[in-house]
Design a protein around this ligand. Sequence first.
Ligand SMILES: [Zn+2]
Length: 116
Amino acid sequence: MKTYTGSCHCGAVAYTVEGEFTEGMRCNCSHCRRKGFLLAFAPDSAFTLLRGADAQTTYHFNKHHIDHTFCKTCGVQSYGHGQDGKGNYMTMINLNCLEDFDFSSVKVTEFDGASL
Ligand SMILES: [Zn+2]
């Protein structure tokens, strides 16, 4: 397991996450394609918010299953929290916001969220 550091653009929000992220998911839903996410998932236990709890605000849409948390200053959404289809809580990591992440080793998969 590696430990990565992630942050928003201005640095107000930062976190660490443990994992081996060999796949990144691109979703074509109305929300993800606007934000340009490359997503991976981790259990909540692998995620630690270092700073920025008060620097964020949260956006909800559709079924409100996911907390789309983003920085109030720079607008970057570096992660989110929610439940998968089985009700398990997980953290959604925006791989684009990790430091020292090797994108050349990631297999990009497409997810047809627009059809859900
Ligand atoms: Zn920020």
